[in-house]
Design a binder for this molecule. Structure first.
Ligand SMILES: NC(=O)c1ccc[n+]([C@@H]2O[C@H](COP(=O)([O-])OP(=O)(O)OC[C@H]3O[C@@H](n4cnc5c(N)ncnc54)[C@H](O)[C@@H]3O)[C@@H](O)[C@H]2O)c1
Length: 309
């Protein structure tokens, strides 16, 4: 198997070569630079009959899997709203260098594809497919010092006076209508000071609500409208009981797990797919659909009009 963890502009070439060599493949997200590459990658894995996944890792948080279970069981009824923010702040200093994440030809897009794509995947996983989108995006700092080739999560500011152009968005906001009639509101930004990795969502349905925040990833908060009057409100569930997804592979209840375990769960699912001959999700098809949604968001922010997905 091949696990592709290089910058986004290399995913397609490596994945297509790996598929042609008969290797099973995990590719980091976003699947590719653009829809055209994503289509070629999906064609290559289908043609060569290999197992494939794209690393939308937050799906594999036990609390998120449990939220999915509650929604599938109808516990919150028909879904009205999906509300997601993915907030970071690591590039707010204007001296932060022009890392690959800020160059369109390497990354494809900015906050949109890097973190907004995770919220899009969670929305698809939890409540269903997108129908149409309207969006806006902004690049607040338009030039930055040259001189860093890393992705940036660990890069440091510098005072190099030679500047290069930032060619991706710093922030994006968009509204969506889902095929099931639900409304979505989304924000992805690297300019939300104080928010290091605030990936969160809230879902409101006819019978209840569920919310989750990556910075407290073991918990979900749930509200059910048929709770006794006087006791109504959000309650906190620590998803570490044996009954919760993946939890019985670890410690006794209350002994929490972390970010890295989401990747372990994804790889478990990938290996199970190979061993038991099924195609796990999220896979290259999910990656391609996600890429089409990213494209619709970019198109809408340019045309200032609603775009069908
Ligand atoms: N699933 C997630 O939540 C998550 C989190 C972080 C990053 N990512 C994704 O992982 C990928 C890498 O991001 P990162 O932050 O680790 O980047 P990074 O810049 O820190 O690391 C990239 C690595 O790839 C190597 N590399 C670059 N070009 C190469 C090439 N042509 N051949 C071989 N190696 C090459 C670099 O030397 C470096 O070691 C990106 O696609 C990113 O979107 C996903």
């Amino acid at each position: 198997m091949i696990d592709i963890v290089t910058p986004n502009h290399t995913h397609a070439e490596i994945a297509i070569a790996a598929a042609e060599a008969g290797k099973h493949i995990i590719t980091e997200k976003p699947l590719a630079l653009n829809v055209e590459e994503a289509e070629q990658m999906y064609d290559a894995v289908k043609k060569n009959n290999v197992t494939h996944m794209v690393c939308y890792s937050y799906r594999f948080t036990p609390a998120v899997q449990y939220a999915k279970q509650l929604i599938s069981e109808g516990r919150i009824g028909k879904v009205y709203h999906f509300r997601a923010n993915y907030l970071q702040d690591f590039i707010m200093d204007p001296q932060f260098p022009l890392v690959w994440r800020l160059k369109k030809e390497v990354s494809g897009s900015g906050a949109l594809g890097d973190i907004g794509a995770h919220s899009i995947d969670l929305a698809r996983f939890l409540i269903g497919e997108f129908k149409e989108i309207v969006s806006m995006k902004e690049t607040f700092i338009k030039e930055r010092p040259l001189g860093e080739m890393t992705g940036g999560l660990s890069a440091t500011s510098n005072t190099n006076s030679t500047l290069g152009k930032v060619t991706v968005d710093d922030a994006v906001a968009f509204l969506a209508r889902f095929q099931n009639g639900a409304l979505g509101t989304f924000e992805a930004t690297r300019f939300a000071g104080g928010n290091r990795n605030k990936n969160k969502f809230e879902i409101n349905g006819e019978k209840g609500s569920i919310r989750w925040d990556m910075e407290n990833m073991n918990n979900i908060e749930v509200y059910f409208s048929d709770d006794e009057p006087g006791l109504q409100g959000f309650r906190l569930i620590n998803c570490t009981e044996d009954i919760h997804p993946y939890a019985n592979a670890y410690w006794p209840a209350g002994h929490i797990i972390g970010y890295e375990h989401t990747f372990i769960h994804l790889i478990h699912e990938f290996l199970s797919g190979i061993a038991n001959k099924y195609q796990p999700s999220p896979n290259f098809e999910d990656g391609l659909i996600n890429q089409k949604i990213l494209k619709a968001i970019e198109q809408s922010s340019e045309s200032k009009k609603w775009v069908d997905v």
